[in-house]
Design a protein around this ligand. Structure first.
Ligand SMILES: Nc1ncnc2c1ncn2[C@@H]1O[C@H](COP(=O)(O)OP(=O)(O)O)[C@@H](O)[C@H]1O
Ligand SMILES: [Mg+2]
Length: 310
């Protein structure tokens, strides 16, 4: 097969995506495939025309890659593509909207305040921040409504830290989400879909050095401890698997997804988000889940690439 692996792009996660692309491209070459690594820029379509791939595998993180727009372009240009349809991606990418889908599907979602930058300016920031603290409490998480790798996300422990956290989050997007800081066990549940249906991979438990599983903890070896399978009861694991599958279906996702969850001290499982293009770097969660399942990364992607029903 001639496979075009798309990576890079212009988002803040460009470097992460390039690493994901390189890793998966190599895994597919090891399976005897002809793989072309394509950086996503204005020359994308002419370049794809030259390559003339049988199928396209997008591994671009962040805006354009995960908000449905790249997929829309590939569909219009007529390429067979792995992953979620653009309409579903658009919903999953915007955390406040995905949260609403999760809540409607009966999944616990942390109480959230969603503030667009415009409202923040025009309604009087100081008063809004005081009200937000009363409503959400401290500590809280302030994060951009979309994006990834925890970029722009901060744990706010005192009222004085809130304005700076808002500025940081707004620098990654024009809408900001404020949530209570959940204390518990963070897990990620990877979902794979094939002709026989939807299945989950072993759950990854994440124990970062920092308060959040932030950029440093993700991409610096040794800053996070992982446990696969997660050190949780079978009952909680079954519930978490069921939630990830429920979200994959409720959002209309396709082929692959990863749901991020936190289990609190009472055993309640809280929804953080779903990723349609989970990271595939050396320290990423999805490849760890693949390993723990006794599968080969190249094999997993080859299955997705060969089972496309478009
Ligand atoms: N409400 C919350 N309580 C505790 N930790 C959170 C909360 N929201 C996010 N986090 C932490 O921040 C990280 C990034 O948040 P997430 O919503 O998954 O966004 P993304 O991974 O797209 O940047 C999570 O992996 C988790 O460690
Ligand atoms: Mg996440």
């Amino acid at each position: 097969m001639r496979i075009a692996v798309l990576a890079g792009g212009l988002s803040a996660e460009r470097e992460v995506s390039l690493r994901s692309g390189r890793r998966v491209a190599q895994a597919l070459r090891n399976k005897g495939q002809e793989v072309f690594e394509v950086d996503v820029d204005a020359d994308l379509l002419p370049e794809l025309r030259k390559i003339n791939p049988d199928v396209v595998l997008p591994l671009v993180h962040g805006q354009v890659g995960e908000d449905g727009s790249l997929r829309e372009v590939l569909d219009v240009a007529g390429y067979k593509t792995v992953g979620s349809p653009s309409a579903a991606a658009r919903i999953a990418f915007e955390k406040p909207i995905a949260n609403q889908v999760a809540a409607a599907a009966g999944v616990f979602v942390p109480k959230s305040i969603v503030l667009p930058q415009e409202a923040f300016k025009s309604l009087g920031a100081p008063a809004l921040l005081d009200s937000a603290i009363s409503s959400i409490g401290l500590p809280m998480v302030v994060k951009p409504s979309h994006g990834g790798s925890a970029l722009g996300a901060t744990v706010v422990k005192s009222a004085e830290e809130l304005p700076a956290a808002m500025v940081t989050a707004f620098s990654y997007g024009s809408v900001v989400l404020m949530q209570p800081y959940l204390i518990g066990t963070e897990i990620a549940v990877c979902v794979l879909e094939d002709k026989s249906g939807v299945k989950t991979l072993p759950i990854v438990e994440i124990v970062p050095d920092h308060d959040l599983y932030d950029y440093d903890c993700r991409y610096t070896a040794g800053m996070t401890e992982f446990f696969v399978p997660a050190r949780i009861s079978n009952e909680i694991a079954n519930q978490a698997n069921e939630i990830a599958i429920r979200m994959h279906k409720a959002l209309g996702l396709k082929d692959i997804s990863r749901t991020d969850l936190i289990i609190d001290g009472a055993g309640n499982i809280w929804f953080l988000e779903v990723n349609i293009n989970p990271g595939q770097t050396e320290t990423s969660l999805f490849p760890q889940a693949v390993n723990a399942a006794g599968l080969d990364l190249g094999e997993v992607f080859l299955d997705l690439l060969t089972n496309l029903d478009q």
